[in-house]
Ligand binder design. Structure first.
Ligand SMILES: Cc1ncc(COP(=O)(O)O)c(C=O)c1O
Length: 429
């Protein structure tokens, strides 16, 4: 059997480099967590607790924003954004159907109404023209998701928001450190939420954070999503917000155990993001001659931080099912997958007219709004899903030889398309 024979067809697998272990904690972080456990310091209600203040200050400094509010998850951070901006019952939030469900459930759980519009078919990012076309008198906000670590077009989205008196919310859960127009994402919107669960770029155990340039939005988010203990912080504006202090709130605070992880993890985040970017540069250069696989291009000043690497595969043009290409790559050792299976607008639990599963909290606001997700048309989103191929991208240390091996696996598959077509035909009865 020739070494060129695809592993799927019985040849030897090429073998590709393994990503770095992620999350990885340095000894200093481990020692701090152990110390906290030994001292029983597992709860911190506010910034008077030193580990909470330390993490919020470290993240705010890294992001270049005045203040940050820790949260128990990315979902919690996003819902904090909506609560802080007072977006709730009946308010429409224009957003993307091409994302992780939590970008949408934060809207639903606040009794607001997600309005899905189309995305760019190459990147999967929200299409500003589609956003502008979907604005109604009920629209209160735009929620942009920086999917796979790629920055949405925040300049255009902010201009639309400002032009119509709307709020712009950013979901940066997959995109810590991604740049738009040379500036970090999260700093363009009226509020931004980020996830820090163990699989994310800034990886802890479970956690997240939100920020906003408006201190009153911050305090409202803190009062709704944290604990009334937040009002004991020295700069709490008692004169304006005292009447909102009570314990009718979500428990979205973060344990100081996780806070110390974040303080320690953020120290190495820039180096890891630089490693991810360099490896993408190396891979793209090594795959430049291939036709079956293509990468999105980005505007000057836009630089993803590569939580995952997304590319597009022209399987149909090659006369193949995309799954066949996936199978061939996986047999060579490439851990490719399709991250988003279908537009969220098609998910049955949003179809309140026909949904008959366990009771959910969002049916009534959707019913009252009359929205019918069954009629949503997002052809570019469908196109992205049909062609998309993702790789986990925890390649945080530059590895020229490894990226060449990875590129070789893609090249091997592309070089064997006739054999792959024969194999595919042989699989269909
Ligand atoms: C785009 C996006 N938004 C929100 C979230 C929610 O984050 P968490 O799981 O920390 O709640 C995730 C998590 O995967 C995500 O990928």
């Amino acid at each position: 059997m020739s070494t060129n024979t695809l592993a799927l067809l019985g040849g030897p697998a090429l073998g590709v480099p393994q990503p770095s272990r992620h999350p990885a904690f340095e000894q200093g972080a481990i020692d701090r967590v152990v110390d906290m456990l030994e001292r029983g310091r597992t709860v911190g209600l506010n910034r008077n607790h030193p580990e909470i203040a330390e993490a919020e200050n470290a993240i705010a400094a890294w992001q270049g924003v005045p203040h940050c509010l820790l949260a128990s998850s990315g979902h919690a951070a996003l819902q904090d954004c909506l609560m802080g901006l007072e977006i709730s019952w009946g308010d429409e939030v224009i957003t993307t159907p091409y994302t992780w469900g939590a970008s949408i459930s934060c809207i639903l759980h606040n009794n607001a109404v997600p309005v899905f519009v189309d995305v760019c078919p190459v990147t999967g990012l929200l299409d500003p023209a589609a956003v502008a076309a979907a604005i109604t008198p009920r629209t209160r906000a735009i929620l942009a998701v920086h999917i796979f670590g790629q920055a949405a077009n925040l300049t255009a989205l902010r201009a639309i928001a400002d032009g119509h008196g709307l709020k712009l919310i950013e979901d940066g859960s997959q995109a810590h450190g991604a740049l738009h127009a040379g500036r970090k994402v999260g700093t363009f919107g009226h509020a931004a939420g980020f996830s820090c669960m163990g699989g994310k770029l800034l990886a802890s155990a479970e956690g997240g954070y939100m920020f906003t340039p408006d201190k009153d939005v911050y305090w409202k988010a803190a009062l709704c999503g944290q604990h009334m203990g937040r009002s004991l912080e020295p700069d709490f504006p008692h004169e304006r917000l005292d009447r909102y202090i009570d314990s009718l709130v979500y428990t979205y605070r973060l344990s100081p155990l996780v806070a110390v992880m974040l303080t320690e993890q953020i120290r190495k985040l820039d180096a890891e993001i630089a490693g991810r970017r360099e490896n993408v540069r190396l891979l793209r250069a090594a795959m430049a001659g291939l036709c079956l696989f293509s990468f999105p291009d980005y505007a000057a000043g836009d630089e993803p931080s590569y939580h995952m690497l997304t590319m597009n595969v022209d399987a149909a043009a090659a006369g193949l099912a995309k799954q066949t290409v996936y199978q061939a790559l996986r047999a060579e050792g490439v851990g490719c997958f399709q991250y988003i299976p279908s537009p969220i607008s098609t998910w049955p639990r949003l179809h309140w007219q026909t949904y008959d599963g366990p009771k959910v909290m969002w049916t009534e606001p959707l019913r009252q709004s009359g929205i019918d997700y069954r009629s949503v048309r997002v052809p570019h989103c469908e196109q992205k899903i049909a062609r998309s191929l993702e790789l986990g991208w925890n390649y945080t240390v530059p590895d020229a030889a490894g990226m060449q091996r990875l590129a070789d696996a893609f090249a091997k598959v592309e070089a064997q398309l006739p054999a792959l077509r024969d194999w595919e035909r042989s699989q269909t009865p």
